[in-house]
Design a protein around this ligand. Structure first.
Ligand SMILES: [Zn+2]
Length: 357
């Protein structure tokens, strides 16, 4: 009889796993049948394009086909992500089968560069450079500062800095401005160091974005962003950031940006992040042109702009004040849906890979 009781419990366990999986997928996919469907499909297209950008620049970098990231809506202040393969407690420890990107209900407009940041977390995991990046940052910090505190802090921040820098490579200067926008909080928040926190203190984080722009050759954006940030936040005005972090920033930030974006990695076949996600002045010019076309509602002119660049073009169009936000969101969401619809109509070269990023 004891054996029977255990057998029943084992069956119950499998049913519970299936029930939890069903529940999660149902919550994620049932939203596709609501008015949020087109916006979610648009965000899927952006995420998928970020993977395409890497596949183009570095064709064999991913070991094979990968299930695409899937976006869903949930309450929350900022977008968030659950990487592929991580064990999920809501699935009784079952691995997450594809990257899930959570979008807060009110952030469903396709011009949020923080979305590119979330996709970048998944790229870091899927490229297999999570550990290598952390080790490289720790080594570099130890060598250049000989300071265990700074080393442990930047080592802990490695993945957020990675995602920020990769987001700039995906979206260009507009991504840096978009993230700075997101980080522009009241002084106490922006200038308080959080012990053990995964995110760099915002005061320093935006300085890293500016440094990345400088390294990519966007000096004007870099200077403007630095000046804007210095106007909003002055260290003389008081802060709660350890003095070592402040006094070392001008030396450490260029080093950490160099290490994460421009130093080669074994798992990238001896290339750097900036070699496998390419962003050039021509890309920026195309984004600017795209913004203009969006403002004048000439959708056909932006049809060939890659979805990840469309995020930045839409952000510029919005910032110009010459496009009505709701109309602009609709226009861009339609475009992204059309683009991925067209891609699906193309001759079936990789027909079975339609779900693949
Ligand atoms: Zn993040």
């Amino acid at each position: 009889m004891q054996r029977v009781l255990i057998d029943i419990a084992l069956v119950e366990r499998e049913i519970d796993r299936a029930r939890r999986l069903f529940g999660m997928f149902y919550e994620v996919f049932a939203q596709r049948g609501t008015s949020f469907g087109p916006s979610l499909a648009a965000h899927d297209a952006i995420a998928s394009d970020c993977y395409q950008a890497i596949r183009q620049a570095a064709p064999r970098i991913f070991s094979g086909p990968l299930l695409k990231p899937v976006c869903y809506m949930e309450h929350g202040y900022s977008p968030a992500t659950m990487r592929r393969g991580i064990q999920m407690s809501r699935l009784l420890g079952e691995a997450n089968p594809f990257p899930l990107i959570r979008i807060p209900w009110d952030r469903d407009q396709p011009w949020q560069s923080v979305f590119l940041h979330e996709v970048a977390h998944n790229l870091q995991a899927d490229l297999g450079i999570w550990q290598e990046n952390r080790q490289a940052v720790v080594r570099r910090m130890l060598q250049s500062t000989r300071n265990p505190f700074l080393t442990s802090v930047y080592g802990r921040w490695h993945k957020e800095i990675f995602a920020d820098l990769a987001a700039i490579l995906l979206g260009g200067p507009a991504a840096a401005w978009g993230m700075a926008d997101f980080l522009a909080q009241p002084v106490p928040r922006t200038m308080t160091y959080r012990p053990g926190g995964a995110h760099p203190t915002a005061y320093l984080r935006v300085q890293m974005l500016a440094e990345m722009l400088r390294r990519l050759g966007f000096a004007r954006d870099s200077e403007q962003l630095t000046r804007t940030w210095q106007t909003l936040y002055q260290r003389e005005g008081g802060h709660r950031i350890p003095p070592q972090l402040i006094s070392s920033a001008s030396r450490v930030i260029p080093a950490v940006v160099d290490e994460i974006a421009f130093q080669t990695r074994r798992n990238l076949a001896h290339r750097a992040l900036a070699d496998i996600i390419l962003f050039s002045r021509e890309d920026q010019a195309a984004i600017r042109e795209g913004a203009n076309a969006l403002i004048h509602r000439q959708s056909r002119d932006v049809m060939n702009l890659p979805p990840r660049f469309l995020v930045s073009a839409a952000a510029y169009a919005l910032a110009s004040g010459r496009a009505a936000p709701q109309q602009l969101a609709r226009q861009v969401i339609n475009l992204l849906n059309q683009q991925s619809g067209n891609a699906r109509m193309k001759p079936a070269l990789n027909a079975p890979l339609r779900l693949v990023a």
